[in-house]
Design a protein around this ligand. Sequence first.
Ligand SMILES: C[S@@+](CC[C@H](N)C(=O)[O-])C[C@H]1O[C@@H](n2cnc3c(N)ncnc32)[C@H](O)[C@@H]1O
Length: 229
Amino acid sequence: MPEGSAVQRMFSGIASRYDFANRVLSLGLCVGWRDQLVDAAKAADPKSVADLATGSGDVAFALRRTLPADCAIIGYDFCEPMLELGRIRAKKENIALEFKTGDCMSLPIADASQDVVTIAYGVRNFEDRAKGLGELRRVLRAGGTLFVLEFSQPDRWFRPLHFIHVRCVLPILAGLLTGDFGAYKYLGTSIAGFPNAAGLETELNAAGFSRVSHKRMLFGTVALHQAVV
Ligand SMILES: C[S@@+](CC[C@H](N)C(=O)[O-])C[C@H]1O[C@@H](n2cnc3c(N)ncnc32)[C@H](O)[C@@H]1O
């Protein structure tokens, strides 16, 4: 698993180009995946949501657009340049959305205080996944739900194509788009080394979650996981 400080440095370096690169590299598909996460969170009818590893707030803004105004939504990340982009956007678009500094290894959130926790493409970057999942569980109230959107391992027939895409095409394209070849070489390595959906379910169960389930998307390259405290 990657060192937290290295992940922090990496996202600081690509912050200003991150959202644009994301859209282009996923051919816009990331928007649909994010919306599925938001719809699932909405179905839980929360009054409080913590969007962790929020980055520049893509998920947090979509949650704010979708959930009722009386639902408190706060985005947390440990990378200040990413958070600053979210704060600037919130101010520019006059959207009441708060962004706070917070490391998922030790969150500045009270025990059992959140109805829903969302995290998109963050768990893969945890320095210690068992510790991080335990922390996500700690901040959820009894009956609260965790939603994890994350890259996953595709169906067997799609693996050769996926391997070439993730290990060769993606790092080169992303490097050209952002000027940071190293960051996207890491992206490929981290995707390839991440457990499949069943493996992450095992880890969620081990962290104390129950009613763990998932939905695979685009031949299993991405999965939306759901787990209840
Ligand atoms: C790939 S970006 C995803 C951002 C956003 N969730 C999205 O969907 O666009 C990953 C984010 O996770 C953050 N991150 C990684 N590890 C973290 C940790 N331990 N605590 C807080 N944020 C973390 C990074 O700083 C980065 O902003």
